[in-house]
Design a protein around this ligand. Structure first.
Ligand SMILES: [Fe+2]
Length: 386
């Protein structure tokens, strides 16, 4: 098992949590002395009246804003460029993301273009780093998945269907508002997918070769919160307590994986989303149990601890035997919230496995996966999941 005897921890996002906390936005804006928001969101949230809950508060406080509502799932480069152009033509001076990971990631990356110019692909990992701050960024997540409200990552799909990551401390949001009223009553498929994404973050971070005592504590409690609350949040339109716990669990997982990166699940799920538009959380959830089973011999004690966090009784079992219970508990949760059983059922095609495997191997997440992994392993895991 890896042990990080030297590590740092950095999580600067100010979090405000609880029902009705979007009411704090005017005070935050005034403290920051910014004048005009670029709201970054998607059309569905505008049509559902979710964005209006925030704009009513801005209107009452005479805070100006412009709305970019063109964010698409697995957001492409054109979203980032259009959002940045609108920010500039509307003379905005801060970003207010309302939505899931896609909206927050478009806000982060359009902020990079606004302040530093160029193309967003110039800033993908492996190219140049983001050289300095982006505009003030406040995030209001409406799902409990990506934790983009606290992470130094943004994922954008390029014209070759490759999901590139823009990363670094400058894209960490300044403020996150976790308001259960904004995320309660999600459609079941979105609740299921985003909740399983958050669980994947927590589990991958906990077993990452870069984990450390602080990230492990965050990840384990996230596993507890998510496994104890996802079913209730997903199947109820009014369970604010479960929804708030999911938002907190997702954010804690985000703090954890911000320090540790992720693992094979994310390395392999991004190509599935990039090539076949399978929702991120669905692809993760399908891959997660297969990859937990693949990884468990590399660190059985950690998987036994995950089993306990998932509520399993491991009394009298060896770590190797207990680790099986972790895989089974995650599969039960995934089944209970209606995740498809295979990548094929979710829309991916077996003929894409080799291209996806090549993309997966470009991910830095493979290097921190607890069991060493070759492209042959990745191909076999895709075949098993198809
Ligand atoms: Fe994710």
């Amino acid at each position: 098992m890896a042990f990080q005897d030297h590590f740092s921890y950095y999580g600067p996002t100010r979090l405000i949590m609880g029902r009705g906390t979007i009411g704090n936005i005017p005070q935050i804006v005034n403290e920051q002395q910014v004048k005009k928001a670029q709201i970054v969101t998607d059309r569905g949230l505008v049509q559902a009246g979710v964005v209006a809950r925030v704009t009513e508060i801005l209107d009452k406080s005479h805070i100006a804003y412009s709305i970019y509502d063109g964010v698409e799932p697995n957001p492409p480069i054109r979203n980032v460029e259009a959002c940045a152009a609108q920010y500039q033509s509307e003379n905005c001076d801060f970003l207010l993301a309302i939505g899931g990971g896609s909206s927050m990631d478009v806000a982060k990356t359009s902020g990079v273009l606004v302040n530093h110019g160029g193309k967003i692909t110039d800033y993908f990992i492996g190219e140049k780093p983001v050289p300095g701050p982006i505009p003030f960024l406040l995030c209001v997540p409406t799902t409990y998945g990506t934790a983009s409200e606290v992470t130094p990552f943004a994922v954008i799909t390029d014209d070759n269907h490759f999901k590139g990551t823009v990363a670094g401390p400058h894209v960490i949001p300044d403020v996150g508002i976790l308001d259960a009223d904004m995320a309660v009553a999600l459609p079941l498929p979105i609740a299921a997918a985003t909740g399983m994404d958050a669980l994947t973050h927590a589990i991958e971070s906990y077993v990452s070769l870069m984990s450390n005592p602080i990230s492990e504590g965050m990840a384990l409690h996230a596993i507890r919160l998510i496994s104890q609350n996802l079913r209730q949040a997903a199947y109820s339109d009014h369970n604010h307590e479960a929804t708030q716990n999911m938002l907190i669990g997702s954010t804690m997982a985000g703090f954890a994986f911000s320090q540790t990166r992720l693992g094979n699940v994310h390395a392999m799920s991004h190509p599935v989303g990039g090539h076949y538009d399978v929702p991120h959380g669905i692809a993760n959830s399908i891959l997660l149990t297969r990859i937990m089973a693949y990884n468990r011999y590399a660190c059985p004690e950690k998987f036994a601890t995950i089993a306990i966090a998932l509520g399993e009784d491991v009394d009298g079992l060896s770590a190797v035997d207990a680790s099986v219970l972790a895989v089974e508990a995650v599969q039960n949760l995934s089944d209970d919230v209606g995740i498809p059983a295979t990548l094929g059922e979710a829309g991916a095609k077996a003929e894409g496995i080799h291209v996806m495997a090549e993309d997966a191997m470009k991910s830095g997440n493979i290097q921190v996966n607890p069991r060493k992994t070759t492209i042959k392993d990745v191909i076999a895991l895709y075949e098993e999941s198809m």
